[in-house]
Write a protein that binds this ligand. Structure first.
Ligand SMILES: [Zn+2]
Length: 207
């Protein structure tokens, strides 16, 4: 996962999960002054430092901070022994790389996105639904650092992603209980909606 406005609150929540041995944080960015209002877990003394390294110091024994971006070339190596990926990348190419890892490893990941007053999250398992089932080959739209995003929306997305994780973990051996659908968080009227995807059976990872 990354360590920005969605990734960092996820890391903090995952530290509370005793079953998780290692949290691998992968992020190429440094802390900037403009991050501080939305990412209050960083302080002015962190400015200029790599986020992955700052976050690692929350609990160095369990958090493994990797400075770098996930790409199609390195995803299989960086994520080789990972059980589940949380996406906080704000980057379509990174999401495609995570999806390819999911196809190869047959492991799930949780997509997250936030832009302006709207957020999205989805639990994606290669046997059922993938990034391309949800969005086709969308490529990159405007990114949050270009279009802006409300801090409360990123926190809501991180909370939603954590709920998807808990639902999956509580039904890990029974895929009927896995969360499905795309969750939309609408900050205009503080609503969460779910678009069901029950009829989708992904064929994108074949061949
Ligand atoms: Zn698919």
């Amino acid at each position: 996962m990354g360590s920005g406005a969605i990734g960092s609150p996820l890391v903090i929540q995952l530290l509370d999960e005793p079953d998780i041995e290692e949290i691998r944080v992968i992020d190429p960015d440094r802390v900037e002054l403009s991050n501080l209002p939305r990412q209050p877990w960083f302080t002015p003394s962190d400015i200029g430092k790599f986020k992955a390294q700052v976050v690692r110091n929350y609990e160095p024994g369990r958090i493994n901070g990797v400075v770098g971006a996930i790409t199609a070339d390195n995803a299989q190596d960086l994520l080789r022994d990972v059980d589940l990926v949380f996406d906080g990348s704000d980057n379509w190419a990174a999401r495609e790389a995570i999806q390819q890892w999911a196809f190869v490893s047959l492991r799930p990941w949780i997509f997250s996105s936030a832009l302006r007053l709207e957020g999205m999250s989805a639990f994606l398992a290669p046997q059922f639904t993938c990034l391309f089932c949800l969005f086709g080959n969308l490529q990159q739209g405007p990114r949050c650092f270009e279009a802006g995003v409300m801090g409360t929306v990123t926190l809501a997305v991180a909370g939603q992603a954590m709920m998807l994780f808990h639902q999956y973990r509580d039904h890990q051996n029974d895929s009927h209980g896995w969360p499905q659908g795309l969750f939309l968080i609408d900050g205009h009227d503080a609503r969460v909606r779910r678009i069901g995807m029950s009829s989708v059976r992904c064929g994108h990872g074949v061949g």
